[in-house]
Design a protein around this ligand. Structure first.
Ligand SMILES: [Zn+2]
Length: 308
């Protein structure tokens, strides 16, 4: 990890709500300056619209604050995930909440939306949310299905085109060797999730960047409540460097492409973290603090890591 010590990283897909303060600390130390947390399901289905409302509130509120306490800029995407789209009475109520939250500060897109089992209900709410993204002029972050991936990925893009979305505003996530070519050829952004041990490992990711180059490709951890690694982006960068991939290519796929794609929201810009970041742990959010048992708050100004 020493080889990448002066680099800056963005993890454009990580569910910090499920992670610990140790993770935040390690991420900042590894050079992660900004993260995007897509709204997703929480491992257990919600039964009330109020649960969604509070979850979205925490994504734009408490979690954003918590990240700031470790010197990391937190952004999010807001959406109704595919799995829970299948509870139609609830989905109808959630759809009414979305416009309110999608227009809040720090929201860089509608996401993560798309298909899980590719049901009719999933299709319905996916399309409605594409229309919402268009209306609000926000990027879209697409979760592609883990089963029947190739077909599901093609279909996700077909529907975007059908709804007249500009591919340059759509980030297609969870790609692999079978899907990448079509996604790039059709002008969409291709995001890759680095799963520890399974699916897309970082060795395979390095091979993909060697083969396709860095254009419109980005790497993320998708770390959540399952077995996952919130340091997947910097670790992949270190491996790519070892494999002889040029520094500018690594910078593109682990930092600047995510900024370019989600920066189209107008909510995310480099100046957000390039100006020296002040960590002030004496701050509170609605009376709550991250400190416990008389701990001394850390107050410091860090100079941002500037690459090159
Ligand atoms: Zn996710």
């Amino acid at each position: 990890m020493n080889t990448i010590k002066d680099m800056m990283f963005i993890d454009p897909h990580v569910h910090m709500t499920s992670r610990t303060t140790d993770d935040y600390d390690a991420m900042r130390k590894a050079g992660i300056v900004a993260i995007i947390e897509p709204a997703f399901w929480l491992g257990q289905a919600r039964t009330e619209a109020g649960s969604f409302k509070d979850y979205y509130s925490s994504l734009v509120g408490w979690e954003r604050f918590r990240a700031s306490q470790f010197g990391i800029r937190h952004y999010c995407t807001i959406g109704l995930n595919s799995k829970e789209s299948n509870n139609e009475p609830l989905a109808e109520q959630v759809m009414e909440l979305l416009p309110l939250f999608a227009s809040k500060e720090g929201v860089v897109g509608i996401g993560e939306i798309g298909y899980d089992d590719q049901t009719a209900a999933e299709d319905k709410y996916y399309r409605l949310q594409l229309e919402l993204a268009k209306e609000l002029d926000l990027p879209v972050q697409i979760h592609t299905p883990h089963r029947d991936k190739k077909k599901g990925t093609t279909r996700s893009m077909d529907v975007c085109i059908e709804h007249n979305l500009d591919p340059t505003k759509v980030i297609v996530d969870h790609n692999n060797e079978e899907t990448v070519e079509e996604v790039l050829n059709r002008g969409f952004w291709a995001a890759f999730t680095i799963y520890p041990r399974t699916k897309m490992g970082n060795e395979r990711m390095a091979e993909l960047v060697k083969k396709y180059g860095p254009e419109r490709i980005m790497v993320n951890s998708a770390a959540d409540w399952g077995i996952s690694d919130p340091l997947a982006v910097p670790k992949t960068a270190a491996l790519m460097l070892e494999k002889g991939i040029p520094l500018e290519h690594i910078r593109a796929v682990c930092y600047s492409n995510a900024l370019a794609a989600f920066g189209q929201s107008g909510q995310m810009k480099e100046a957000d973290w390039l100006t020296p970041v002040t960590i002030d742990q004496s701050r509170k959010f609605s009376g709550s603090t991250i400190l416990r048992g008389g701990q001394e708050p850390k107050v410091e100004t860090r100079d941002s890591n500037i690459i090159e």
